[in-house]
Every structure is written in structure tokens, then in C-alpha cells.
Design a protein around this ligand. Structure first.
Ligand SMILES: [Zn+2]
Length: 249
């Protein structure tokens, strides 16, 4: 079957002197893995060498799962050039690509994750973008869309209001396996847990408020702390570390 889809390049590896194997996140077909013949030739018919972050219209054919599809044409229409110029923004963007690609199984269709990634990369390229807050919203919404965000206001063990107990001076934990926050009484029996510091807890509070439609700014220390927590959660869910993870924690 032949498809025409808006697509973002998640991964590109050399296959031969002239060809690449390219993974795309498409809006309507999820993650697709394609053989891109001749893209590395100087005058390629299919649109030229494809790089990470390249975004545009993709035409390809695919016969089924577990096989590589064939790239027929790719025309780049969104050029993330400002993003590529700044090492921090570029690394954060590449982390977002990797996290999105790893969290979605092949053929798992999530148009809203495509839109989320597209909007995040555009925002990240703008000079005034608060990089860590942009990443925190991205990780939060990515987890929400794939159904793994978890319980982030009350303890998953006993249901107590965790923020209230933290105000009283108690430590708060997060367990990826149990899917949410744990109070001091419930964390003792959890083998896998992450201590949530005051900044991370404040950051989660802001993200919850924004999700509920309230306008609230996410400060940099809170955004960085919440990113460390959400990256921990994503890596626990995947059962592996992300290559770009060390650039964002
Ligand atoms: Zn509890």
C-alpha cells in the first residue's frame, strides 16, 4: 500500500554508500521504518539525504509489519534550522525524538503525539523559549497520551494528599512501577522508587494546574527537577536508558 503522510525523521542510519534506513513518526500511521534508496546520491530523485529532525511530506509504500517499507519521496517543508544552531536546544530536541520513538510501538497510531512533537520542536527553535519548561510539558503530555502519566497528586498506596504531607515536612517518593507518588508510610515497601524533592513536587503542582486550565509559569529549577523525574519514569517504563537522556538530566 502507498501512503502520503506528514512525517518527522526520528532516526537515520547509513545502509550503503547511497542508501539509508530511516525511521519516521508519521501523523496517521505512527512509527514507520523505511529503506530510502539513493537518498545519499547528490542528485537524488527521492529528495536527498535525510537527517534527524527533518520534517515534511513523506510518500512511501509498505506491505506489512516486520518488514521495511520503501521511501518514494520526502520533501522537507519544516526546517528546524534555529534549533540545530544551539547545542542545548538541539540535544533537548533529539531527546524528544528518541523518547517519542521509543514510547510508541511500530504501527501504534497517535496523531496527538505527532502534533505534540511538531509543536515542541517549533517552540524549542524560538529564541525566547524556556527550554526546560518546554521539555517538561512535552514529557508530561507524551506520558499522558500513551497512558503512563500515573497518579501525581495523591499517594497510589493509600490515597492521601501527598502535597499536604510534604508541607508537613515528610519525604515524598515516586514509583514508576506502581504508577505514581508514594507517601512516607507507603514508600517503605516499594522496591523501586525515586525521591521527589521540593522543586520536583512544585513542578508537578504547576503541570497539574496548567492541565486543569489555569495559567501558571513553570520556573527553571522546578522544570529541571520535574524533567529528571519524568525522564526517570520514561526510562523505567522502557527498561533501558535513553541515549540522549544524559543531556537532559
Ligand atoms: Zn500512602
Amino acid at each position: 500500500m502507498r501512503y502520503r503522510e506528514p512525517a518527522i525523521c526520528l532516526r537515520a542510519t547509513d545502509f550503503s554508500e547511497t542508501s539509508q534506513v530511516v525511521h519516521f513518526l508519521t501523523r496517521g500511521q505512527g512509527v514507520v521504518k523505511l529503506m530510502a534508496k539513493g537518498t545519499k546520491r547528490p542528485k537524488s530523485k527521492s529528495g536527498g539525504m535525510i537527517d534527524l529532525l527533518s520534517e515534511g511530506e513523506l510518500i512511501y509504500s509498505h506491505s506489512g509489519r516486520d518488514t521495511l517499507g520503501t521511501l518514494m519521496e520526502f520533501s522537507e517543508s519544516v526546517v528546524h534550522s534555529d534549533l540545530r544552531k544551539d547545542v542545548l536546544r538541539l540535544n533537548v530536541g533529539l531527546y524528544a525524538l528518541e523518547a517519542a520513538g521509543e514510547m510508541l510501538a511500530e504501527g501504534d497510531v497517535h496523531a496527538e503525539v505527532f502534533d505534540l512533537l511538531h509543536n515542541m520542536l517549533i517552540r524549542l527553535g524560538q529564541a525566547d523559549a524556556p527550554v526546560w519548561a518546554v521539555l517538561a510539558y512535552f514529557q508530561w503530555r507524551l506520558l499522558l497520551h500513551v497512558g503512563l502519566l500515573g497518579a501525581l497528586s495523591n499517594c497510589v498506596g493509600c490515597g492521601d494528599d501527598v502535597a499536604q504531607r510534604a508541607d508537613a515536612g515528610e519525604d515524598v517518593y515516586f514509583s514508576s512501577r506502581q504508577g505514581g507518588l508514594l507517601c512516607r508510610s507507603c514508600e517503605a515497601s516499594a522496591p523501586e522508587k525515586y525521591r521527589v524533592d521540593a522543586d520536583a513536587l512544585a513542578g508537578l503542582g504547576t503541570l497539574l494546574a496548567v492541565s486543569a486550565g489555569r495559567r501558571q509559569a513553570l520556573g527553571e529549577p522546578q522544570a529541571r527537577a520535574v524533567n529528571r523525574l519524568l525522564t526517570y519514569h520514561i526510562q523505567q517504563q522502557l527498561g533501558k536508558r535513553l541515549r540522549m537522556g544524559r543531556y537532559v538530566v
